[in-house]
Write a protein that binds this ligand. Structure first.
Ligand SMILES: [Zn+2]
Ligand SMILES: [Zn+2]
Length: 264
């Protein structure tokens, strides 16, 4: 009767998240090798052959690397919008026609007992999306790889029991760091990634302090530290009057290590 969520891996070295209800098991993205995704799933005692669907946010390699392999190995259908398909189809390799499924951005659809709402975000790819998932009276939202947020995104992720949001970089670290200029511009742009500060501000805007759980994701290896992301977000949220221990919880995700399995 519950919905489960686990971040298996998060960051530019590969993204993969797991959602489970009574009747369906879904991966959001699979941006690591098939073997690595299998091993991560085994760590949380999920047999890779029991995965029912893979949903893809956008065509960047850190989100799609293992998608084609897993689909072929376990006959898993893949869901993405048309423009994402256009961007990744060649890279995924040969797929069974029946495993190529499409959704429309900003239109809800159902996979068994899980309702899914893909919503548009802002990133340098064809048609990137975040997701909200609904099961019974529970809601989980996933938002990474967006350079900015608008009212639509805010309204989509509001009232989530669990919100995974990117806290990609510290602006000063990025500016001072070793990235070439064009890459710094890319990350900082409206079609790049959310900084720790932006994540903190967004969290204060969309959360109600009703025991929600926030997971910080897509943390940059070069332009951030997990502790820095955590403390920056925590300070902004605390300053807004929210009690981190009592009203909400904030947890980190890891580059290639599963979080605990959240159960709502
Ligand atoms: Zn990414
Ligand atoms: Zn991306």
């Amino acid at each position: 009767m519950a919905i489960k969520f686990c971040s298996l891996a998060s960051g530019s070295s590969g993204n993969c998240q797991y959602i489970e209800t009574d009747h369906v098991k879904v991966l959001i993205d699979s941006g690591l090798s098939g073997k690595k995704v299998e091993n991560l799933l085994k760590k949380i005692y999920v047999d890779p052959s029991t995965i029912d669907y893979i949903l893809v946010t956008h065509e960047h390699k850190d989100h799609t690397k293992g998608v084609g392999i897993l689909s072929r190995r376990y006959n898993i259908p893949i869901y993405a919008n048309t423009n994402t398909w256009n961007g990744m189809k060649e890279d995924l390799g040969k797929l069974k026609t029946e495993n190529i499924l499409q959704f429309k951005t900003n239109e809800g659809f159902e996979i068994k007992d899980l309702a899914v709402l893909p919503f548009n975000i802002y990133h340098d790819s064809n048609e990137p999306v975040g997701f909200s998932f609904y099961h019974k009276n529970r809601k989980i939202s996933y938002l990474t790889d967006t350079g900015r947020v608008d009212d639509n995104i805010k309204s989509r992720i509001k009232n989530s029991n669990l919100l995974m949001i990117e806290s990609n970089h510290d602006v000063e670290m990025l500016k001072m760091g070793k990235y070439p200029w064009f890459l710094k511009q890319r990350v900082l742009s409206d079609n790049g990634h959310l900084s720790n500060e932006s994540a903190g501000q967004l969290i204060t805007e969309v959360l109600s302090g009703n025991n929600e759980c926030v997971l910080l994701g897509h943390i940059s290896k070069d332009n951030n530290f997990p502790e820095l992301a955590y403390h920056t977000v925590k300070n902004i949220v605390t300053e807004s009057g929210v009690n981190i221990e009592k009203d909400i919880s904030i947890d980190l995700t890891y580059r290639e290590l599963p979080t605990r399995v959240y159960n709502f």
